[in-house]
Design a protein around this ligand. Structure first.
Ligand code: ZN
Length: 253
């Protein structure tokens, strides 16, 4: 197939938004300059890059949060963003995966676990561990509250609520994944179940170290712990309000 002159872009304007092109990519919308006629090769390239563009940042975010979350958080907050998975996307993906695996293995709700007598002992232990994995989707809904608590604990110079939310979403996301791994370790190797609950907080504190370059590491960790105490009080107060409303409406005897 020979390419004629009419197939090539004649005007130096972006075919997507009309901005005048100054390079290989449009400065306004980011579309690559190219021929108007769609070719199979272009279509396939788009298809492949839709996956690689997703996988590259996802792999970098997962591994980065695992071994050096302070770098990932610091990078993201200081503007190096496109190389990482968006924190909201990351938190939904990880907590969703965690909840889905728990669900597939027979978990019905955050408390109820569907296990009958015919379930093998080893499988029952796995399901119980996954079931006790503090329902990540519920935590995700409550995380903005933690970001508010972080804002209070770190003070005015510590950053905005959205900035703290980035720290929290990355920390709780990797925490949810590691809790799954830990649940497996508990079931198969008899690891103690207790520390798993602390994983999201540990990684949030570690990320906060990267978000607070002017503070000492100890100060960032202590303020993250303080934020978790405030968060617990916030949730307790919220629970009491909901309970009070239910009581006033006569829903609780
Ligand atoms: Zn454009």
């Amino acid at each position: 197939m020979t390419e004629t002159a009419s197939d090539r872009p004649t005007a130096a304007d972006c075919l997507c938004c009309g901005t005048q092109l100054t390079g290989l990519f449009c400065a306004a919308c980011g579309q690559r300059a190219g021929p108007q006629r769609l070719e199979l090769r272009t279509l396939l390239t788009h298809f492949v890059s839709a996956f690689t563009n997703f996988e590259g940042p996802l792999l970098r975010t997962s591994l980065g949060l695992l071994v050096r979350p302070h770098i990932v958080v610091g990078d993201y907050l200081r503007g190096r963003r496109i190389v990482y998975t968006n924190p909201v996307q990351w938190a939904i993906l990880t907590s969703g995966t965690s909840a889905l695996i728990g669900h597939v293995l027979g978990r019905v709700g955050p408390v109820q676990i569907k296990v009958d007598g015919s379930t093998p002992e080893w499988l029952r232990r796995v399901i119980e561990q996954l079931g006790s994995n503090s329902s990540p989707l519920y935590v995700l809904v409550l995380l903005p509250g933690l970001a508010v608590a972080m804002r209070i604990a770190f003070g005015r110079r510590g950053g905005t609520i959205p900035e703290h939310l980035v720290v929290v979403l990355y920390g709780y996301g990797i925490g949810a994944l590691l809790q799954l791994v830990w649940a497996g370790a508990v079931a198969w190797f008899g690891a103690p179940p207790g520390p798993a609950g602390l994983l999201p907080m540990v990684f949030t504190a570690w990320g906060a170290v990267g978000a607070q370059p002017t503070r000492s590491k100890v100060a960032s960790v202590l303020r993250t712990l303080l934020a978790h105490c405030l968060w617990a009080l916030l949730l307790l107060a919220l629970g009491l309000v909901v309970f009070g409303i239910c009581w006033l409406l006569g829903l609780i005897g």
